[in-house]
Ligand binder design. Structure first.
Ligand SMILES: Cc1cc2nc3c(=O)[nH]c(=O)nc-3n(C[C@H](O)[C@H](O)[C@H](O)COP(=O)(O)OP(=O)(O)OC[C@H]3O[C@@H](n4cnc5c(N)ncnc54)[C@H](O)[C@@H]3O)c2cc1C
Length: 325
């Protein structure tokens, strides 16, 4: 991490997936960009995301569909570069009743009814499709590397207020995630706690998800060398200590979906706080930093990876409307 120096066209607050994608898109327009972040990318909520393309607990649906469709395409292309940490995963989402086509399916090219041989025991219905999945420690490092190679600079600092950036830059982009609660006093932003278990991969290659499991939100996401098993969705709870009973319940539910997991070894258990808001805040704000335009881009709930690039491009379009390049 280095100190920014010289002329800056934009400062992005936050180095999670939302901040890094915004910084990269702004940089691609020829701007000199700095990121200011309280945490290294590897220590953000983004780093522990599952992180499959899927619009979980986020709104509004019309804008999410546009941002999500765009991000799907960018991540799909990134999957062609092994270094990106992105892969394409066959996925089966499970239902107890026959599903129609969900609202998000317009953003996914190959949604179809799952065949009986694709369904775990006890399920009669499912939808099968392919989505990008990002191995976040690798993916965030890849994004950061691209930003730094492009001339971007990163400063480690926890801001008390966006106004701390007054006089530094004409454009401030607020991608502080849950940190925006204090940074801009947004009380509509709340933690949505999620606990996940990481195991060895016993040879699984298909993601499975049951959002309506009576025991709680359940998913199995195989990565290259490990699996992410989930999970929980706990509104308003902000302690990040894993609960052993919850870990056992996640392992039970996921092993019922994928019996091969009985042989998997638990590698670690983690808890993250999704930055939940009734709707993503992506808008221009006049007056909170004297002399600068502010664009907010936070509140992505369980879908920051799913929406990052689409939101970043809208940030750049808003910025261009103020100062055309
Ligand atoms: C268990 C779990 C599973 C998930 N699975 C998925 C999934 O499968 N797919 C998906 O799309 N999403 C998933 N998510 C959601 C995803 O992780 C979030 O939507 C995403 O991480 C939000 O990214 P962000 O960049 O806005 O926030 P963060 O990653 O939290 O980054 C915020 C950044 O802002 C900085 N910051 C905050 N306050 C300040 C301040 N005052 N001064 C300076 N810097 C500050 C932080 O240091 C950090 O760099 C999951 C989340 C959890 C917890």
């Amino acid at each position: 991490m280095v100190e920014p120096s010289g002329h800056l066209d934009a400062v992005v607050v936050g180095a999670g997936v939302v901040g890094l994608t915004a910084a990269l898109v702004l940089q691609s327009t020829g701007r000199q960009v700095a990121i200011v972040t309280a945490d290294d990318p590897g220590a953000t909520t983004s780093a522990l995301a599952a992180a499959v393309w899927f619009p979980t607990k986020v709104g509004p649906r019309d804008r999410v569909l546009v941002w999500g469709a765009r991000t799907y395409r960018v991540l799909h292309e990134a999957a062609g570069d092994h270094a990106s940490g992105v892969l394409l995963r066959d996925t089966v989402t499970l239902y107890r009743d026959r599903p129609g086509r969900p609202w998000w399916s317009a953003a996914v090219p190959d949604v179809r009814d799952a065949r009986p041989d694709e369904l775990p025991a006890g399920y009669d219905h499912g939808l099968a499709f392919t989505v990008p999945l990002a191995e976040m420690p690798v993916h965030l490092a890849w994004l950061l590397d691209r930003f730094v190679r492009g001339g971007g600079v990163v400063r480690r600092a926890r801001l008390g207020s966006l106004a701390d950036l007054a006089g530094e830059t004409p454009l401030v982009v607020n991608c502080a995630g849950l940190g925006a609660r204090d940074l801009v006093g947004d009380r509509s932003l709340t933690p949505l706690r999620g606990q996940i278990v990481r195991t060895t991969n016993p040879g699984l290659t298909v993601s499975l998800r049951d959002e309506h499991h009576p025991g709680g939100y359940t998913y199995v996401h195989p990565r290259r060398d490990d699996c992410i098993l989930g999970g929980t969705v706990e509104p308003g709870r902000d302690d990040t200590t894993p609960d052993d009973e919850v870990t056992a319940a996640i392992l039970d539910r996921c092993t019922a979906l994928a019996p091969e997991l009985a042989d998997a070894e638990v590698l670690d258990v983690s808890v993250g706080l999704r930055p939940a808001r009734p709707t993503v805040r992506l808008e221009r704000d006049v007056g909170s930093v004297p002399g600068s335009t502010v664009i907010h881009d936070y509140g992505h709930g369980g879908a920051g990876v799913t929406l990052g690039w689409g939101c970043a491009e809208e940030v750049a379009a808003l910025a261009d409307a103020v100062e055309p390049r």
